[in-house]
Design a protein around this ligand. Sequence first.
Ligand SMILES: [Zn+2]
Length: 526
Amino acid sequence: MNRYFSYCRRSSEDEGHQVLSIESQQQELKRYAERENLTIIAVLEESKSAKYPGRPVFNELLKRIQRGEADGILAWHPDRLARNSLDGGTIIYLLDTGTITTLRFPTYTFENTPQGKFMLAIMFGESKYYVDALSENVRRGNRTKRERGWLPSTPPVGYLNGRSSSGEKIIVSDPERFPMVKSLWRLMLSGGFSVGELHTIAANDIGLRSRQRKRRGGNILSVNGLYRVLRNPFFAGQIAYGGEWFPGKHEAMVTVAQYEQVQTLLGNPNRARPKEHAFAYTGLIRCGFCGAGVTAEAKINRYGSHYTYYHCTHKKQHPVCAEKSIEERQLQDQVLAFLARAHVTRDEQDEALAIIEKEREKEQTSGSDRKKAASKALDQNRKELDTLTQIRYRDLIGDEEFSRQRAELLKQEAALKQQLDELSQESWIEPSRNFFLFNHRAAFWMTHGGLNEKRLILATVGSNPTLMSKKLNINARYPFVLLTKPRSSCEMWEVVRDVRIFFNKECTMYIPLLPDPDARHLKIAA
Ligand SMILES: [Zn+2]
């Protein structure tokens, strides 16, 4: 007489599919065994996917059969036994060798004949196809979602999963944490804080805690967690997948340029965990001869004086690089000489600020044409929404048509509101102001500031600095290059105009606000 193991299995991938719960499977199998007069040795159950080999209970079952405890298996359907080619193959092999003599299923009749085994192999193959297709569908769904601009998984801190007005699953800003995390980015961009300091600020001063869930949540962000935030292009509005960036539709906290700036401040992106910088210019300068990084080391000479030397890491084998090292003071002098070219005196700074202020007032009173056009369009949009509601109320259109048109109008409304916001923000004013303040203050902080100020200033103004034959080659970035022209040849209002054009149109550049050295006895609030 045949002895059976009764095996039940259900996993998350069976949801929404015609698979009974484990209890129901057990009941069904018990009734079936009684009706068919089967001897059940043991009832085994498992809540694990059969997509991959390595189910512990199932493997134990096979071992016990091989030890001769039973001759067959009773299960609800062949797909309960295997959804991968390895487990399916094992069962067929055990049938071939006679270790298993019979399989019974209430939903499927198996005969231990060549045809029966052939059919069973097809059943296993179909089960495998089912999970493969399932994960392919998930993959395809995720890809579609990414292409439509939405992250297909749980968003990072500062964002939540939400739904649009038309019911689409989207990512929305977390009203509580979004401004907190955004201010962390702003502080990091200011360059005055190490990640460690920022971590303390996040925990104590800002009070950032993870979202409270049933049992978890309410925790402070770890240092590693903060690194993950600062390394994640999602905050710059991008969805990273498979080494590619997809433009996201969620609200960004920083621009891509600001994100890149933070990556520079954090150091080499290939290094998982950058160290705090012990030297001002390491990580920012490359060797002009071979292209390797320039590093620094501290040395004490025989008279006991401390020196810092910068030199090529000589990490590249080709070409063989023999660049000599340079003392930090010499390097610093060259950086200062570079900055002096774009320096703005106190008087020039005040003149530029006065011009900006005058422009701001002029715009506020007149109001730009674009602004008027946008608010007119917004009024029109609202009227159309009212009309649409009335049409629906009088039953002139159906629900579906109403929803479709309403969603379209709401989308337009959101775009117009955003446009109005941008126009009334006078987005060029603050960066332009910061720009002139920065250029006046940079020289002071380059001389008297700490490592972070020096790094930030060089990273902000300079573009791809290289070091060759002890000479620093560096170009001013736009718009700093505007200030390097001889001032006598152009008026300040022309400079302001060009700076404004830059910040108005394409600007994604963040100008850090260095503290005023003339007021440095005052504690500057972060
Ligand atoms: Zn080199």
